[in-house]
Ligand binder design. Structure first.
Ligand code: PEP
Ligand code: MG
Length: 326
């Protein structure tokens, strides 16, 4: 099987009927970088910068951050990399962060972009490190747990200030800077067109989005088998997002666990996603599915079934039957 996946690396990333889909990988530490060539990923769709903070015993200094980001971009050798600003708080606690607070509902609490906008020194240091490391190359940056568009505007102000600061000191700046938002909070579903216009790209964090849409704790094993992330309502949500991206010409990708299983990756592509990011070990199995996928037929399947008022079987079973038949 490993041999089959290795062979697949040389094949273009196309469906059986010739539609291109980018298969990207998730990463977070320097040790992940060799996987970029080993997996054949088209780039890094999610670089979880908080991992450097989580394995450290104090806040990583600006120089250490810059060094890691530079190493990542060097290892990528021109393949695209999307850095996510630190996503701490919630279940990702830093023992040395003295400002941390006890919370009744950490998943709904002071985390990610909320925390870094309140502690802008953290965000400024990180953004400066990212800008410096990306001198002469493209910088793609995304913000976790965005709930309101004003958070994007606030982050953009901080970024613009850092860009001005660095150019004043004649630093080598990125050749282009793309700012994206993660879509993981349902409030954004009700302002999709505004969201798409406010950013250069959107990345669906399906782990958190599913948790919030279904009101189901992603870490609670008691609930693990109860709610299906290929259920009709959740797939309708994903379709709304893909459609809004297409309508606004805003690239949309997805970087949660959903991207890494062949059956759910198949569903995502059928719903309109043309870029998905997963753990490196999933690239082979997902690519094997992709090259066999008759996409037009799958689109027909969704046209018939996704909005149908009633279904004979759960959507997951229908999708599995579709896959088995082919
Ligand atoms: C997600 O929520 O789907 C995601 C990719 O981010 P994380 O798993 O790091 O919360
Ligand atoms: Mg998330």
């Amino acid at each position: 099987r490993q041999e089959v996946y290795r062979e697949l690396r040389k094949k273009p990333s196309l469906t059986r009927d010739g539609v291109a889909v980018d298969l990207l990988m998730n990463a977070g530490l320097a040790v992940d970088l060799p996987q970029l060539t080993e997996s054949g990923a088209a780039g890094i769709g999610l670089f979880r910068t908080e991992l450097q903070f989580m394995v450290a015993s104090t806040f990583p200094r600006a120089e250490a951050q810059e060094r890691l980001y530079r190493d990542v971009l060097d290892a990528a050798r021109g393949k695209p990399v999307t850095f996510r600003t630190i996503d701490i708080g919630g279940d990702k606690v830093l023992p040395y962060f003295k400002g941390a607070i006890q919370e009744e509902n950490p998943a709904l609490g002071w985390r990610a972009i909320r925390l870094t906008l309140d502690r802008p020194g953290l965000l400024r240091t990180q953004i400066r490190a990212l800008l410096k490391a990306s001198g002469g190359r493209e910088l793609k940056l995304m913000l976790p747990m965005v709930t309101e568009l004003s958070e994007i505007a606030q982050a953009r102000e901080i970024i613009d200030r850092e860009v001005r600061h660095l150019s004043r000191f004649a630093h080598h700046l990125p050749t282009s800077l793309k700012l994206g938002a993660m879509l993981e909070v349902p409030s954004l579903l009700f302002q999709l067109d505004e969201l798409m216009k406010a950013v250069d790209f959107v990345s669906v964090g399906s782990n958190d989005l599913f948790q919030f849409v279904m009101a189901v704790d992603r870490g609670n094993t008691q609930l693990a088998d109860r709610f299906d992330n290929l259920s009709t309502p959740f797939l309708r949500v994903l379709k709304m997002i893909a459609d809004a991206g297409a309508r606004n010409h805003t690239p949309v990708t997805l970087c949660g666990e959903l991207a890494g299983k062949p059956i759910s990756a198949m569903a995502l592509i059928g719903l309109g996603f043309r870029s998905i990011s997963m753990s490196p070990a999933s690239i082979g199995p997902v690519k094997a599915m992709l090259t066999e996928l008759p996409l037009q037929e799958l689109e027909g399947f969704f046209n018939d079934n996704l909005m149908a008022p009633s279904q004979k079987l759960p959507m997951r079973a229908l999708l599995q039957a579709f896959a088995d038949d082919r």
